[in-house]
Ligand binder design. Structure first.
Ligand code: FEO
Ligand code: CA
Ligand code: CA
Length: 656
């Protein structure tokens, strides 16, 4: 989600704990290892030999001249492209990118076309593709790379000053009726879309498929796992504490090896406010950032469950990971409480050697944490895995400056969030009388055990063979420039970074790890002095500069795809960075090349491949959110979030 327009957003920390910030750990690791204070402090010769030669195109210098010739990446087979500020999509030479299933596309045979004037009602929206596409996954049918279920999140629908300028057209919000609120509710959630490649090689929707489905912010779901049925999950509509309506603000995603989709509930807090006129939030509601008064979405004006004064526990039923079986259109989505309640960005799994499933997760807010879940049970190929995410151990990450091996910068621990095994949690019977309370108030439990505050954790991805885990820390620009100091070299972290870690003994269930900075994003166009940390690490050049890494995924061959959701002004601190974009990195050489650029004022997000790696699906979210785009339809049309399908013209593997 774009972060500068939303009240109480993820840029504003709600974490008032005294826990240490990651930047302080980084600084100590740098000092201890004796790195030059003026440099980034990444020791490796690879880093100092920044890859400057491979990129094509954009204006600006290429960093300092003393840089050695970099190794040519054998993984990256495409020529980098320059930035763009155009209202169109750009992709590397030799590739084709086309938009697909924009917001409003009917999903069922016989339905009328989407109405471009915002006059479709809630019933129509419930049968159309939702808005603001985000996380996405392709589930092949019988292993096919030509037919499958494309499943995607619709994170939110854009509001501005009490209006929904796209959903209803400018001025169309008034009068604010229950059906309009319901339409907004139906624009959220998840789409399951049966797609097939036709005789001409074009992907199209199979409109008569039994699989096509819309899941919205009103679809019946079930809370499962250790917290299900807890008093804090009961409402006046649901005395069982297990039946909940809908999912929303589904940002990044995940999937499981048993072919289910994970929709992650992120900024759920923005949907809960009150019309009472008073700020009556309790400590937990503040820690999770609920709106003090009215919300921008205005659902609470028509539906009491979104008014936290009238229904104080409803918000506790959001902030979970939701498991969906796309192959059973009648399945009830399940909110898996064992994985904790945070502002979930995405969920990336790895199978341990003994086949327990490990799920890595980030909590996207300035100063919040990184988590991992380790299941109690083990994955059984072809067996019943439906309860695997209902029981296990939840850990939070603590980064330390201990001596790591090789080029890695420090060490870390996974701290168990368990009522019985952790003295701090055991002692606090006010906030955490039971383990279920820890799962419902996960952030507060993590505060108590000394987790490390991070710069807005976004997507996590696991390398397909090494098992190393990478995470984007998108930015933390909230702190002012004059608040920087030696211990916090990038307090005003406008550009973000990607860090990685490897578990002890290469064991996904380990409780210790070693960590490293993979890239410190920066702007060598604006900051040409390499001594300035704002120019980024040495694998950032004037040719690949970007800010705010967010979407992140490895492909099967180990290329790391990086998507941005950052400032697209192309001015000031962001001069020379253009529209939001997708880049590709070689984890070994650390080289990064720009592959794709989105239209104006969008975010590039979501990464899914067909099994043969020859079709790539990504999403363009909120093009023109500041009013200056007509993508994809052009002319004077409303901008629409859309999927983009990328193929290589020679039919080859994407990125090769
Ligand atoms: Fe929805 Fe953290 O991005
Ligand atoms: Ca995101
Ligand atoms: Ca983001």
């Amino acid at each position: 989600m774009k972060n500068i327009r939303v009240l109480d957003s993820e840029d504003l920390p709600t974490n008032t704990s005294s826990n240490e910030h990651f930047q302080a750990v980084v600084e100590r690791a740098r000092s201890r290892r004796g790195f030059l204070k003026s440099g980034l402090g990444l020791s490796a010769a690879v880093f100092l030999a920044g890859p400057l030669a491979a990129c094509g195109g954009s204006s600006g210098g290429s960093g300092e001249g003393e840089t050695e010739t970099p190794p040519e990446s054998s993984l990256l087979g495409f020529k980098a492209i320059p930035i763009s500020t155009e209202d169109t999509i750009m992709v590397a030479e030799g590739y084709t990118a086309e938009h697909f299933v924009p917001w409003g596309t009917p999903l069922f045979a016989g339905d009328p076309d989407w109405k471009s004037d915002g006059s479709d009602d809630s019933a129509a929206q419930a049968r159309q593709v939702g808005d603001n596409h985000d996380g996405i996954h392709f589930f092949p049918i019988n292993g096919s790379s030509d037919e499958g279920l494309l499943v995607m999140n619709h994170e939110y629908t854009t509001t501005s000053g009490g209006e929904y300028p796209w959903l209803f057209g400018v001025g169309g919000t008034e009068p604010w009726t229950a059906d309009k609120a319901q339409k907004a509710i139906n624009a959220h959630g998840v789409s399951v879309i049966h797609i097939v490649r036709n005789a001409e090689g074009k992907w199209e929707i199979k409109l008569d498929s039994q699989y096509n489905r819309r899941i919205t912010a009103a679809t019946e779901m079930q809370l499962t796992g250790p917290a299900a049925g807890h008093d804090l999950l009961k409402t006046s509509e649901d005395a069982t504490g297990t039946k909940v309506l809908g999912t929303f603000n589904n940002c990044g995603n995940g999937w499981t090896p048993w072919n289910t989709y994970l929709a992650c509930e992120e900024n759920f807090n923005n949907y809960f406010g009150t019309t009472s006129g008073n700020d009556q939030r309790d400590e937990a509601q503040k820690r999770y950032g609920l709106s003090a008064q009215e919300t921008g979405y205005r659902w609470e004006e028509h539906f009491d469950r979104f008014d936290y004064v009238k229904e104080p526990n409803e918000s506790n039923r959001f902030g979970w990971i939701v498991e969906i079986d796309p192959f059973d259109p009648n399945s009830v989505p399940r909110k898996r409480t064992a994985l904790g309640r945070i502002k979930h960005e995405n969920a990336a799994y790895r199978l341990a050697a003994d086949q327990r499933i490990v799920v890595y997760m980030g909590d996207d807010q300035a100063g919040d944490y990184i988590y991992k879940f380790v299941s109690d049970g083990t994955f059984k190929e072809g067996g019943d895995n439906s309860a695997l995410l209902d029981s296990g151990k939840l850990y939070v990450a603590q980064f330390e400056d201990g001596e790591a091996s090789g080029d890695f910068m420090g060490t870390g621990k996974w701290i168990l969030l368990d009522k019985n095994d952790n003295a701090a949690l055991l002692a606090d019977n006010t906030n955490f009388p039971t383990q279920a309370d820890i799962l419902i108030k996960t952030r507060m439990a993590a505060d108590l055990v000394g987790a490390t505050k991070m710069d807005r954790p976004e997507w996590v991805s696991v390398h397909p063979t090494s098992g190393e885990v990478y995470v984007t820390l998108t930015n933390n620009s909230g702190r002012a420039e004059d608040e920087t100091d030696d211990a916090n070299p990038r307090a005003a972290n406008r550009y973000g970074q990607i860090i990685r870690w490897r578990e002890a003994g290469e064991d996904a269930t380990a409780t210790t790890f070693e960590w490293d900075l993979f890239v410190l994003a920066g702007n060598p166009v604006k900051y040409t002095d390499r001594a300035d940390l704002k120019s980024g690490s040495e694998n950032i050049t004037a040719d690949n500069t970007f800010n705010s890494p967010d979407g992140l995924a490895f492909d099967q061959e180990g290329r790391l795809w990086i998507q941005t959701d950052g400032n697209y002004s192309n001015a000031g601190e962001y001069e020379g960075q253009g529209n939001n974009q997708m880049l590709c990195a070689d984890p070994a050489s650390k080289e990064i090349r720009r592959f794709f650029v989105g239209p104006k004022e969008c975010e590039v997000t979501g990464i899914a491949f067909t099994p043969d790696s020859k079709t790539l699906f990504i999403n363009i979210q909120h093009p023109g959110e500041d009013g200056d785009s007509h993508w994809p339809d052009g002319g004077t049309s409303l901008p629409r979030s859309s999927t983009v399908i990328i193929t290589k013209n020679d039919g080859g593997v994407i990125g090769s």
